[in-house]
Design a protein around this ligand. Structure first.
Ligand code: FES
Length: 90
């Protein structure tokens, strides 16, 4: 995975405090994928288990452009995916 490192100070604080804890986690990457660390089971919409890499992190697409859904293939960079959340109308 080649996503941009997370620079948000609030996120870094949480990351630093948990850095030595070996627990599964999901990290929302800015303008990119969801990084999965640890062996969190993954299922399709029918409840079928999907094969995930063992012993290494992997990334799930959240931009919708990947040709390997649900996994990230780096296409978010090509489409310049912007994950900025704007104002929400009431
Ligand atoms: S988030 Fe990477 S291809 Fe969609």
């Amino acid at each position: 995975m080649t996503d941009t490192p997370i620079n948000d100070s609030k996120t870094n604080a949480a990351k630093t405090s948990d850095a030595n804890i070996d627990v599964p986690r999901i990290t929302v990457r800015p303008n990119g994928s969801l990084r999965i660390d640890g062996e969190i089971p993954l299922f399709d919409h029918e409840g079928n288990a999907l094969e995930i890499p063992t012993g290494k992190p992997y990334a799930l697409c959240r931009c919708g452009a990947s040709s390997r859904k649900p996994f990230c293939d780096g296409s978010h960079k090509t489409i310049e995916f912007d994950s900025t959340i704007g104002p929400i109308d009431p």
